[in-house]
Design a protein around this ligand. Structure first.
Ligand code: KG4
Ligand code: ZN
Length: 429
């Protein structure tokens, strides 16, 4: 790469110089490098970008990701370093480990996204970075790296809300107008919200305890699926989906949580404990030790996936009915967007499809690589904010990351008070 000819080579070396500084790796630049660095700011041969260009940086959890996206939604460059494998071995994310891995990879990932985009840092319109919510130690790495970059390049900074970015990703691919309903289901989040604008969200419901991805990860760990030859490299949720195809969901009858609560909140801890008990009981019956794989693991996977899907579908169904009742969504043209890591689960998608078919809604899901954490959604949120003129900072003094941060205005109490009864749907999946 270092031997790239002409402008690309210059861009690469200049970017390296800047990024080395941002990462705190100070090596004394040569006179030639300084000359090239300065020249890059005036360098305008042939290629003229008519569009806004945003570099997005994501480090809120366990993925170090970056991307360059233009105003029309073209992804010009993208790079990601996933820590999943490391965290799978420790049985969960250890924040200091995640922080160290972000530190080790951020410069390379940003560099890779920039160099594949063939965009010089000087051509960027702004830098957008996730600052909330997420793991404090992880958010800190992305923010301090970005702030140094912003300072050196003299570019505007756009702080991004991770969940807002998930919610708006769909608009990069489809022409989805506001308002639309969004269901975000991942390892760290579980919420239903009405998206009324780029930074205008109404929170309809959320998980009262853990997120569905977290529950699936815990069940997968309890089932020792990492030792299963077909699942060893998969995330917990993906492993459950894979194994569920070989099982019978009716073998166990787990009750969907919160059946009496007529709101749009979720709960997964109770279900997780019930499954935990069943696994302990089955281990006794089969005479096997904790850590060995049960012969009924696939049946358990199928049943937990089915119960999770039914629970999510029911709450979403109620959210659609509430929004229609209050005229917050179109009666016949409403859109439901489902995103987050768990949204890549095809069984859960099918359950949601049954709901949207019954309510004359359109179900939209970004492709799997855009459902999980990525830099593209952050860059795109930067583009959306640039276009709307919202939250663009020219002075980053006092900017902090926020590990906990709600999404929009919480109207979940009002939703519960409406106590909408949801008609029963046959979940034939
Ligand atoms: O969005 P994401 O990458 O990270 C955050 O949590 O923000 O989501 C990761 C979560 C993990 O809990 C993982 O087990 C789950 O998404 N997941 C799945 C599937 N693929 C990933 N859950 C169910 N089915 C899948 N196919
Ligand atoms: Zn996420």
């Amino acid at each position: 790469m270092t031997s790239l000819p002409g402008r690309q080579g210059i861009i690469y070396r200049v970017s390296m110089l800047i990024l080395n500084k941002a990462a705190g790796v100070f090596s004394k630049p040569s006179r030639r490098e300084i000359y090239e660095f300065l020249r890059s700011f005036n360098f305008r041969p042939g290629k003229v970008f008519l569009h806004k260009l945003v570099l997005g940086i994501e480090t809120s959890c366990d993925d170090t990701a970056a991307a360059v996206v233009d105003e029309t939604g073209n992804v010009l460059g993208e790079a990601i370093h996933s820590q999943t494998e490391v965290h799978l071995k420790t049985g969960g994310i250890v924040p200091p480990v995640a922080q160290q891995l972000h530190r080790e990879n951020i410069q390379r990932i940003v560099q890779e996204a920039l160099s594949t985009s063939k965009v010089s840092p000087s051509e960027l319109s702004a830098i957008a970075t996730t600052v909330k919510p997420g793991l404090a130690l992880s958010l800190g790495v992305g923010l301090s790296f970005s702030l140094q970059l912003v300072d050196q390049l003299k570019k505007p900074f756009i702080p991004i809300h991770h969940m807002e970015a998930h919610a708006l990703t769909i608009r990069l691919l489809n022409k989805v107008e506001f308002p639309f309903l969004v269901l975000l289901i991942s390892g760290g989040h579980c919420l239903l919200a009405l998206v009324r604008g780029v930074s205008d969200f109404l929170l309809l419901g959320k998980s009262l305890d853990i997120a569905p991805g977290d529950m699936l990860d815990k069940v997968a760990r309890r089932l020792s699926l990492i030792k299963h030859p077909e699942c060893s490299t998969m995330s917990g949720g993906k492993a459950i989906e894979h194994l569920a195809k070989q099982g019978n969901k009716l073998h166990f009858d787990f009750k969907p949580p919160m059946q009496r609560a007529k709101n749009c909140d979720f709960s997964f801890t109770g279900l997780q404990h019930v499954i935990d008990k069943i696994i302990t009981q089955k281990e006794k019956e089969e005479g096997i030790q904790k850590g060995q794989i049960l012969s009924s693991a696939a049946h358990i996977a199928a049943a937990v996936q089915h119960t999770t899907a039914c629970h999510i579908a029911k709450r979403t169904h109620r959210a659609i009915l509430f929004c229609k009742q209050r005229d917050l969504l179109s009666q016949s043209n409403a859109v439901l967007v489902v995103s987050g890591g768990v949204a890549s689960n095809l069984y859960i998608r099918k359950a949601l499809e049954i709901v949207t078919n019954a309510t004359q809604c359109t179900l939209l899901c970004p492709p799997p690589r855009l459902c999980t954490d990525n830099g593209i959604m952050i860059a795109w949120n930067g583009i959306e904010r640039l276009r709307a003129g919202l939250g663009i900072l020219h002075n980053t003094e006092g900017i902090r990351y926020e590990p906990k941060c709600p999404l929009g205005v919480d109207i979940s109490k009002e939703v519960g008070e409406a106590a909408i009864k949801v008609p029963r749907l046959k979940m034939k999946i």
